[in-house]
Structure formats: C-alpha cells, structure tokens
Design a protein around this ligand. Structure first.
Ligand code: NIG
Ligand code: FE
Length: 411
C-alpha cells in the first residue's frame, strides 16, 4: 500500500537520522523542505523530496497537500488518560478558594479518583478511556504514554493496566504503560507507608511483570506523598523487573528527587515547576529527559516549568499534556505547544522539537517515531491551509489539523 503526498507547502522536522534528543541551542533548529512530496509505503515514510524532483508514481493513492504543512504527529509522553469519572466539584472548590493541596488533605484529589475507579468495571473503564484516546488522536496525538495510579489496590492497579493493554491491542498508535502504584497513599495505609510500598513491590510488581503490563515505573516524589527514600526503593525494585523510571518530581517542592531519578538512569523527570540550580546541575551529565506539563500549570495556577533556564543550561526539554481528572482535564497537545510558547517563552521550533523528537525519546520510541525520517512510522499531521507552522501556537485554542495519519492510514 502506497500513498503520495504532493505539493506540501512545507515538510517539517525532516531529519536524516535521530539517534539523540535535541539539547540547548539545537532545539531552535527545525529543518524543513518547502514545496515537497512524501511517499508512504507499508505504513512507513519511504521517501521524500522537493516537488521539482518528484519521480513518477502511477496508480497509487494521492493526497494534494497544497497550502498545507506535513509534520510528525505529536507524541504525548505523560498522561493519566485511563480514569473513571471526573472531578469538576474540586474545580469549583478551587475557584472558591481551596488549594489543590487543601483538597487532597480533605480526602479529595487522587484518592477521590481511586474510589471512583475501584467502583468502575473494567469494561466501563475501557469505554471511557477509549473515547478520550480517540479524542486526542483527532487532535494530532500519534503516540501516547498512559499511567496507572488511580487504583491503589492490587486489583484496581491491574484493572487499569489491563485497560491500557486492551487499548494497545485495539489501536495502532504506540502506547506505553507506566506503573504508578506510588501515586498516593491509600487510606488503609495512612499510617503505614512502608506497608503500602511492601505491597507495591512484593505483590503488585511481580504480577505486572508476569502479565507484561508495564514498560515504565513512576512515583509521585513530593512532600505529603512519597519521599526521596521511597523513590529510591520503588525505582530499584522496578529496575529488577525491567521497568525504566519516569517520575513525577519537583511539582510543588524541590526535595532531591531528581538526583535519585538520575542515579537510577531515569528516562524522564516530569513536572519540574519548581527547579533549584542544583537540579539543573544534576541533569547536565545525565541521559534523563526533563518533561514540562504546561496545561497542568495553567489549570492549577502554579508556576510554569522554567524552560528558558533548562534550555539555556544546555539541556533538552520535552512537552506533554499530563491529561488527568485532577490537575489537567485536557489532552490537547496543540494547547500544550501554545502554552509553551506563550507562558514558557519557547520558540515554535523549540516547542515542536519538544513535542516530537524529545517526546519520542521520553517514550523510548525515538528510533521509530518523532521525525520525518526514512523508515520511521508514517504517523503524521496534515494541517489546514495556514501561513506558517508558527501559526499553530500563535492561534492558541484552535487546532488547524486537517487530518491525522497513523502508520500511513488516515484516522
Ligand atoms: O501529574 N501530580 C501527581 N499526579 C497528577 C495529578 C493527579 C490528580 O490530581 O489526580 C499530575 O498532576
Ligand atoms: Fe502526571
């Protein structure tokens, strides 16, 4: 099966090879080909070039991309898309003056979602989640990471991970599962955090490994949730089962979690709204990707991740949605990219690199996704007729996506 895209106004994010993430000043470069063609064959990017050098292709499907941009689909490397119900009452409570932390102390927050999820059947959870997945795919997300962490019992954590597995089986985009049993301490272990960690390590992890339900392990390393010591324990246990760390850290406080993550060679450290100079130093000699989640900052009214400090320190940066019912009930990567430009002062080139190549690295799929490179999957966004790629973040709140392709197939 072959498809030729012709008359592409600009083919964006064209790379001969992408072996490494983009760091510091490299993030400002976004290679393009004007007036281009691209050939998809058997779900992969087979070839591309300038229209003036178009070889003759006969009898194959054709897409006229006049006036449009073709770019690699967005990669969302941090979501909690599998959840039950919503938490709009907490949203109203926050409007009326409570903080996110105060809501958590009242038994709301993650525990509220865990209660709802425990009461929801696996089938119902699947249907709610599949609907969200289809919504974000239409907005250009063509690879996604999904976490557990609203179960908090062995049974409910496995239920979440099995739902993620079923999404993997039923949808063609890359989906990676992260075990986030250490998201909050369930009420029955309120005074026995070590007991909960024992359960997580000795009961949940072996079952997850046996059923091959996760690729990554995560923990919410934060005051009032899990300590640096807990983080060390969970990451060490995860590594025994081949689960690479990707952790929630520095959302409200910098307590040293980044150092522990880097010591365990974490694939990514996510949130980073509060960064101390030491945190940047620790990341400098590491292979760990910093990941910013600007829609979470918008929704909670907390600081934005200091992207300029991170990039100017010569580090890479990825962007993701954090789609979840509490801090970010939105999975729109286009909005994330706009917010990165508007609130974090990233250039459109930096934001697009952060949502494609660097995001692919944060999901461990950079060898197959994240750029227009021969042999990579044809997971693509075809835009509307727009004046420039910078028009996408500029016209915030609008998407300008004409169509989305997964393995060369229009969804
Ligand atoms: O990434 N910070 C921890 N976890 C989620 C939010 C959890 C919730 O409020 O349900 C996050 O923001
Ligand atoms: Fe999160």
């Amino acid at each position: 099966m072959k498809t030729i895209f012709k008359n592409i106004k600009q083919l964006v994010q064209v790379r001969e090879e992408t072996l490494k993430p983009l760091k510091g000043s490299e993030m400002k470069e976004l290679p393009v080909i004007d007036n281009a063609w691209l050939l998809v064959e058997d779900g992969k990017i087979a070839d591309f070039g300038k229209m003036q050098d178009l070889p003759s292709f006969e009898g194959i499907a054709e897409v006229d991309a006049s006036g449009k941009f073709l770019l690699p689909g967005w990669i969302d490397s941090h979501t909690h898309l599998v959840y039950a119900g919503n938490r709009e009452q907490e949203f109203i409570d926050r409007i009326n003056g409570l903080t996110y932390e105060e809501i958590t102390e009242k038994g709301g927050g993650i525990l509220n979602s865990a209660k709802k999820l425990q009461e929801t059947s696996e089938d119902d959870l699947y249907l709610q989640s599949a609907k969200r997945l289809e919504e974000v795919m239409k907005m250009g997300t063509t690879a996604i990471e999904i976490k557990s962490g609203y179960g908090l019992t062995t049974e409910a954590e496995l239920k979440m991970l099995r739902v993620i597995k079923k999404l993997k089986d039923n949808y063609d985009l890359p989906i990676k599962a992260t075990f986030l049993g250490a998201h909050a301490i369930p009420p029955e272990y309120k005074n026995d955090r070590d007991g909960y960690l024992d359960l997580l390590i000795n009961e949940m992890m072996p079952k997850i490994a046996e059923e091959k339900l996760a690729e990554f392990v995560d923990i919410f390393c934060e005051k009032g949730y899990f300590s640096v010591e807990d983080t060390h324990r969970v990451l060490e246990a995860g590594q025994k089962y081949g689960l690479k760390p990707k952790i929630h850290v520095n959302q409200f406080n910098s307590i040293g979690g980044i150092k522990t993550a880097v010591a365990h060679n974490a694939l990514s450290v996510d949130h980073l709204e509060v960064m101390e100079p030491d945190d940047l130093d620790v990341l400098e000699d590491s292979e760990t990707m910093p990941v910013a989640l600007p829609s979470c900052s918008l929704f909670l009214g907390i600081p934005y991740t200091p992207a300029r400090d991170i990039i100017e320190a010569g580090l890479p940066l990825a962007l993701a949605t954090d789609y979840n019912p509490g801090s970010t009930p939105n999975g729109n990567m286009n909005l994330v990219i706009s917010l990165a430009c508007i609130k974090m002062k990233m250039n459109p080139e930096e934001a697009i690199n952060a949502a494609t190549i660097n995001a692919a690295y944060a999901m461990d799929i950079l060898d197959t996704h994240g750029s227009i490179t021969k042999g990579k999957a044809a997971n693509l966004i075809l835009t509307d007729e727009i004046p420039s790629y910078g028009f996408m973040p500029y016209s915030f709140g609008a998407n300008h996506i004409n169509s989305v392709y997964i393995n060369g197939k229009k969804i």
